[in-house]
Design a protein around this ligand. Structure first.
Ligand code: SAH
Length: 473
């Protein structure tokens, strides 16, 4: 029922209805509309829609709202593939035509470069999208819990920890629904309780599934609050009835809080990793290592990074934030030497194994914070960092540390290839790279977005920066 609550100074109230036309999206993919000088952020509203919006959170000059009714649909409005698309926090754009998603993502990158990076007029190439923008994810992490007294699993509703039951997420392979359903049936049969975030009691917290699309190998890993998975043998035999399951692990996480994976992983069946092949290179992926979630687009992304690096076989290349060494090994095939740096020691272990697995001898890997190693100029083993021809950066969403950017500028590589999953921090960092300052500034030469995350508001971008005095090369 609509309970009217007046907020002091606020021209609208919770539950008020307002009609607005949506002009843009926020970076989180909410529709932006204006009603009488008042800005509304409307969940599930699309650019080009006129909607009746119900206010959910009023403020002085803006308010949050959700779609009560679409009055005039956007020409880009389509049917969602998943019935839970609106409630689930994963997909913001299932009702938005894919070509329109790509156009908006390109504009998002352009606007960030312009407004945050001070790089107005920089050309942003059209986004490289997918032909089939569904079932592209190789990894899912389903929270397991109780919904209305029933054991359930699915995804969190946007910005909350309440579980929206979803069996068949349209972004993952269909077999994941089977694995999830079989896991829940197993838990019901043996009365294994799900974890309860409030009390810290119960056993199964999450179910992690990863697969290698090229080899068909699947890894299943329940995350449990306790030392042992009850009835583990029975779980293994039920899982092995599902085709493709190669590896069954349990991850142990007995800590309170919302970090999904604990530090320890134990194998119940098979090796504790799966093997994937990207562009002819083999990679071992363990449950805890970072690995790109969209393998089809990852190949394209990495090829774009290699192309931007423009290697001839003579270059010394750094791959900072290298994860399990994927980009490093792509680069190593056409470089003199590659130095990979990554903060997670497990990932560095995987990277070294991956180099050996592919018979690549010109890539070396070091565990440590990129900003510390590059600033200091020495690798953890005490060896000085050699001069760089090309530096590749692929930081997490928060972008690069300012100290790292200063240190990379001092290294003065001819080219920098910045692979980013957040246009805002990318633009902030590009500003620091392109500032003239000491006369060694860089110039943005190519900006290529790649859609790694269809149906969501996220976008990956590869940027080539060239040192100004190298321009004639
Ligand atoms: N290039 C890799 C990984 C990119 S994800 C790939 O494509 O698979 C970003 C990586 O940066 C993660 O593996 C994360 O562990 C690592 N990382 C985060 N902060 C870091 C830091 N300060 N120094 C080095 N690596 C860092």
């Amino acid at each position: 029922m609509s309970k009217k609550r007046m907020l002091p100074g606020s021209p609208v109230n919770r539950n008020d209805l307002l009609d607005v036309t949506i002009e843009d999206f926020t970076r989180e993919g909410e529709g932006i509309g204006r009603a009488g000088g008042y800005t509304l952020f409307v969940k599930d509203a699309l650019i080009g829609d006129t909607v009746r919006a119900r206010i959910t959170k009023p403020g002085k000059t803006y308010a949050y709202a959700r779609v009560e009714e679409v009055l005039t649909p956007s020409p880009d409005r389509t049917e969602a593939a998943c019935p839970e698309a609106r409630r689930c926090g994963g997909c913001r754009f299932q009702e938005y035509d894919y070509a329109a998603q790509l156009r908006w993502k390109r504009r998002l990158v352009r606007d960030a470069l312009d407004k945050i990076g001070g790089l107005a007029g920089t050309e942003v190439l059209p986004v490289i999208g997918m032909e089939h923008p569904f079932r592209y994810r190789n990894k899912a992490q389903y929270p397991v819990g109780t919904v209305k007294g029933e054991l359930e699993a699915g995804f969190y509703a946007g910005r909350t920890h309440s579980i929206i039951p979803v069996r068949d997420c349209r972004l993952t392979p269909e077999v994941y629904a089977d694995i999830l359903g079989t896991t829940l049936a197993f838990m019901r049969h043996f009365h294994i309780p799900p974890y309860n975030e409030q009390t810290g009691e119960g056993v199964v917290r999450h179910l992690l599934i990863r697969s290698a699309f090229s080899t068909g190998e699947i890894l299943v890993c329940p995350v449990i609050n306790g030392r042992k998975m009850p009835h583990a043998n029975e779980y293994v035999s039920r899982m092995l009835e599902i085709p493709g399951i190669r590896s069954i692990c349990v991850n142990i996480n007995t800590k309170r809080g919302n970090v999904i994976l604990g530090e320890r992983t134990e194998s119940l069946h098979g090796e504790p990793y799966i093997t994937d092949v990207l562009d002819g290179l083999t990679f071992r992926v363990s449950p805890r290592s970072f690995y790109q979630v969209n393998p089809a687009q990852t190949e394209i992304l990495y090829r774009e990074a290699v192309r931007a690096a423009g290697l001839t076989g003579k270059e010394v290349v750094y791959d900072l934030y290298c994860g399990i060494g994927t980009i490093s090994l792509f680069l190593a095939r056409s470089a003199k030497a590659v130095y990979g740096v990554e903060i997670v020691p497990d990932a560095i272990r995987d990277a070294k194994e991956n180099a050996a697995l592919n018979g690549i001898g010109n890539a070396r890997f070091y565990a440590g914070a990129a900003e510390e190693i590059v600033t200091r100029g020495y690798f953890p083993e005490g060896e000085p960092c050699p001069a760089a021809d090309v530096v590749v950066l692929d930081p997490p969403r928060k972008g690069c540390d300012a100290a790292l950017i200063r240190a990379v500028r001092r290294m003065a590589p001819g080219k920098i290839v910045y692979v980013s999953c957040d246009p805002a921090t990318l633009a902030r960092d590009l500003k620091l790279f392109t500032e003239e300052g000491d006369g060694s500034g860089y110039r943005v030469e190519r900006v290529q977005p790649v859609d790694m995350f269809p149906e969501t508001q996220h976008i990956e971008t590869v940027v080539l920066l060239r040192q100004q005095q190298y321009r004639s090369m």
